[in-house]
Design a protein around this ligand. Structure first.
Ligand SMILES: *[C@@H]1O[C@H](CO)[C@@H](O)[C@H](O)[C@H]1NC(C)=O
Ligand SMILES: *[C@@H]1O[C@H](CO)[C@@H](O)[C@H](O)[C@H]1NC(C)=O
Ligand SMILES: *[C@@H]1O[C@H](CO)[C@@H](O)[C@H](O)[C@H]1NC(C)=O
Ligand SMILES: *[C@@H]1O[C@H](CO)[C@@H](O)[C@H](O)[C@H]1NC(C)=O
Ligand SMILES: *[C@@H]1O[C@H](CO)[C@@H](O)[C@H](O)[C@H]1NC(C)=O
Length: 360
């Protein structure tokens, strides 16, 4: 046993710390599962335990630009970077994150390389004053004019924070479309990179004064061209779009005439001529013939003899809503309504953004 190890054992007993005391962290994610850790058989402690307690950025002092590493130990003490790493370091994957870290900050830059930080509190009372220790890593190395096919591949390029990016979607025939700007949500779905397509119908739109079946129409205008929307949906594994109809004595289904009053229309209607009849689509998930809403499928309608809450027609505000998840039907092209012609009858529709992720 060499002197170095003896000293470390002495430190270990003195500080009463757990077995991983000598693991220094490489603050670098090497996969989704863990961080790269460096276990070092001997390190040189520099007197920055105190520094750490008073100066949040103490680890900047111990930041190794080459390895993008901040050297810390479990106690929150800082160590100087080893001078000659090769001979006495091994790199292993940690089974768990040994530090009780705060979430990462946002990257300091949206592109062209920035840094982000996180802290953990020094919980060890052996070091006189408690303080937080900061670690740093670099982020967002891609160029400011870079593009990708969707937000899923932006994730692969290293995008960490939700922001607007350029994408060049590829159609199902393999044609690369011109770049457009889109919002990448990096928090939803555990940060896999959700492509969010917005439009002008993401609000409650009031409807009153249209009695005939589907005589009211709202044509959804997407922020990007329709063929881009279709290409993004087709190339994703999952897509969803929320739709809601709030109703006051405005029935969705006209049982007497066996016709829908209120419905949305699907992708295929976008290719019909302007004056051509746009047949209703599923409302919301079921088939048209079954005239079923989300509450009918989940058997949670507010009255047992209906398949849509809006068919209750009892002068109380009701609502039918749900996510359309059938990719072949998406996007929602238009919303139609009727049975809002009489004085008390009215409704409000809300259509959510399209949210797509995964690779088809
Ligand atoms: C240390 O971090 C904790 C929680 O992360 C926070 O509540 C506290 O204010 C921080 N202390 C200092 C000195 O910044
Ligand atoms: C990025 O695009 C802008 C505007 O299109 C252009 O002015 C700029 O030169 C581009 N930068 C790079 C690094 O290509
Ligand atoms: C929506 O588009 C249809 C044609 O598809 C048109 O007949 C209708 O007037 C449009 N509605 C609105 C509110 O623009
Ligand atoms: C719905 O309710 C209104 C007001 O109570 C009533 O006038 C109307 O006839 C009802 N519609 C149907 C189809 O039952
Ligand atoms: C789209 O709507 C049309 C007209 O209602 C229907 O025939 C078709 O099956 C729908 N497509 C999908 C994928 O739901």
């Amino acid at each position: 046993m060499n002197l170095c190890i003896l000293i470390l054992i002495a430190i270990k007993f003195a500080f009463g710390l757990s077995g991983n005391y000598f693991s220094l962290e490489y603050n670098k994610r090497i996969s989704g599962e863990g961080y790269q850790y460096k276990s070092v058989s001997c390190v040189t402690e520099i007197s920055c335990a105190y520094k750490c307690s008073v100066e949040i950025n103490c680890c900047v002092a111990n930041f190794d630009a080459n390895s993008q590493t901040c050297y810390l130990d479990m106690s929150g003490s800082c160590y100087s970077a080893p001078q000659h790493e090769k001979s006495w370091t091994t790199i292993r994957r940690a089974r768990e994150d040994l530090f009780n870290w705060s979430p990462w900050s946002k990257c300091s830059k949206t592109c062209d390389g920035g840094i982000r930080t996180r802290t953990h509190q020094n919980r060890h009372t052996t070091i006189d004053s408690a303080g937080n220790v900061t670690s740093i890593e670099s982020c967002h190395h891609f160029g400011c004019n870079d593009t990708a096919i969707n937000c899923n591949s932006w994730k692969t390029k290293g995008l960490l924070d939700s922001q607007t990016e350029f994408i060049e979607p590829i159609t199902s025939n393999g044609i690369q479309l011109p770049a457009v700007q889109i919002y990448c949500d990096m928090e939803m779905e555990n940060g896999v990179g959700v492509t969010v397509i917005d439009h002008d119908g993401e609000r409650d739109v009031y409807v009153h004064g249209y009695e005939a079946h589907g005589s009211y129409s709202f044509n959804v205008t997407y922020d990007i061209p329709f063929e881009h929307v279709v290409a993004i949906i087709d190339s994703s594994q999952f897509c969803r779009q929320f739709v809601r109809w709030k109703c006051f004595d405005a029935q969705m289904w006209d049982g007497g005439n066996q016709k829908w009053n209120t419905y949305w229309t699907n992708r295929s209607t976008a290719y019909l001529a302007t004056n051509e009849y746009k047949p209703p689509s599923l409302f919301f998930h079921g088939s048209e013939k079954k005239r079923i809403c989300e509450c009918g499928i989940s058997q949670t309608c507010q009255q047992s003899n209906v398949l849509c809450n809006c068919d209750i027609n009892d002068s109380i505000w009701r609502s039918d809503e749900g996510y359309v998840t059938n990719k072949d039907a998406l996007p929602i092209v238009a919303f139609f309504a009727g049975d809002t012609g009489h004085s008390m009858e009215k409704g409000e529709h809300f259509i959510g953004p399209i949210e797509c992720y995964g690779t088809a």
